[in-house]
Design a protein around this ligand. Structure first.
Ligand code: ATP
Ligand code: MG
Length: 420
């Protein structure tokens, strides 16, 4: 038997209502903040991610699904959305039509990592990118959007962690200070961190290994070496979060080690999902558009993993959905009337009513059972003595009330179903 590929997951009909609920929450929140949806291709030229995300990152160095297609081009299934959005932004000169572009997305992503709870190889993200302004209000807005979506989903056990990576000049100076400090402990670092020492020294803060963490405990912090411009920017972000009543903590060790990140970085973590606890991450990337061949356009954004958010919702029982219902089930008493029932179903559906009927020539009893199973609000009985007198019987399943209709009088049935 052929099974789904390791790390991928079927989303079965029974799971769809909660996915839709989350997606609708995302869409309505984004719409209220005036973010417009963008959809980019599932695969892109590999070089876009190599340049956009950075060769030294985990994503590019070991997680990408990359293959050579039949025309010899190296393509990659998107591991994240920012690079693709920025590519589209540049390719379509979106900044010529609109000086600030506020965009959002909901999309599958692909990373070849070790599957575990909250970590898959095909997973889904929603997120936002605001391109065209360096205003710290937008850094805060991005955080507020993510926070508001989680709150609307009923999540409680949240912490918002923020940090500033400043501008490249002060960061470069700081990296030398960090290098000097780590030089003394170089041989005690894990192999992975020793590699990062040269490629991306800030990322050593990200290490999950106790051996590294112990050394990093006393490391000098970037936030203590920021220039005034960066500190002012950070201060304004904090003020904006405070005035929006978003509780946050400053985590000076939170680095998202990409060179194009500037100023704000943040993560929202849930205490309800075990070790894969980051529900979202994001930050400001004022150098990325230029890096990918566009103009000097600042940007800020976030991405959130849907599977992880839904896991947190489930663990907290943060929302409950009402049972699915249909408006009407048509029970056909005589097989000869199947044609009439089917035509009636089509007509009612065309009037916006959700209708189901029997396709398996089942007994009346089995049809009634099916109507109950589907939570039909009404049942229409077609056949028997009534039908011979041109009547059909409509039964209200909530109160047992029964009403007879002329079988030609569909409009009355339609109005009654729509009223209730
Ligand atoms: P992590 O530290 O968990 O690997 P990350 O830094 O790689 O996260 P980002 O690239 O910032 O994550 O992606 C944003 C969000 O997407 C994460 O916070 C998480 O919710 C989700 N995410 C990332 N990788 C996966 C995955 N393999 N499976 C499911 N969700 C994921
Ligand atoms: Mg990761």
């Amino acid at each position: 038997m052929i099974k789904a590929i390791t790390g991928t997951k079927d989303i079965l009909p029974i799971d769809i209502p909660k996915w839709r609920y989350l997606e609708n929450t995302v869409i309505s929140t984004m719409t209220r903040f005036n973010y417009k949806e963008i959809r980019t291709p599932v695969f892109e030229e590999t070089s876009l991610f190599a340049r956009g995300i950075g060769e030294a990152t985990d994503i590019v160095s070991k997680e990408m699904y990359t293959f050579i297609d039949r025309s010899g081009t190296s393509v990659t299934l998107k591991p994240e959305m920012t690079a693709g959005v920025v590519r589209a932004f540049i390719e379509h000169s979106l900044d010529k039509k609109q000086s600030l572009n506020k965009l959002f997305y909901i999309s599958p992503m692909f990373r070849q990592e070790r599957p575990q709870a909250g970590r898959y190889r095909q997973f889904h993200q929603f997120g936002a990118e605001a391109l065209g302004s360096n205003d710290p209000i937008l850094d805060a807005e991005i955080i507020i959007i993510a926070y508001d979506i989680f709150k609307q989903l009923g999540l409680k056990n949240l912490s918002v962690k923020i940090n500033s990576l400043g501008v490249p000049e002060s960061r470069e100076k700081y990296k030398n200070i960090l290098r000097e400090y780590l030089d003394k402990y170089f041989n005690d670092l894990t192999a992975e961190s020793r590699k990062r020492f040269d490629t991306n020294i800030l990322r050593i803060f990200d290490s999950k290994e106790g051996q590294d963490q112990k050394i990093m405990e006393n490391a000098p912090l970037l936030i203590e070496h920021l220039d005034t411009e960066s500190l002012e920017h950070f201060e304004k972000v904090k003020q904006a979060l405070l005035s929006a009543h978003v509780p946050f903590e400053i985590d000076p060790k939170l680095v998202r080690g990409l060179d194009y990140y500037t100023h704000t970085t943040f993560e929202i973590v849930s205490g309800s999902v075990g070790s894969q606890s980051a529900l979202c991450g994001g930050g400001r990337y004022n150098l990325l558009v230029k890096e990918l061949g566009g103009g000097d356009v600042p940007g800020v954004g976030f991405a959130s993993g849907i599977e992880r958010v839904l896991l947190a919702c489930e663990n907290e029982k943060s929302f409950s959905l009402s049972e699915e219902k249909i408006d009407l089930y048509i029970v056909t008493l005589d097989k000869e009337l199947n044609g009439f029932s089917y035509t009636t179903a089509i007509e009612l559906r065309r009037h916006g009513i959700t209708v189901e009927l029997d396709y398996l020539s089942r007994s009346v009893k089995a049809q009634m059972r099916e109507a109950n199973k589907l939570n039909a609000r009404f049942v229409l009985m077609v056949g028997g003595e009534e039908f011979k007198q041109n009547q059909i019987l409509l039964k209200n399943m909530a109160n047992g009330e029964q009403i007879n209709f002329e079988k030609s009088d569909m409009n009355k049935i339609i109005s009654l179903l729509k009223e209730n």
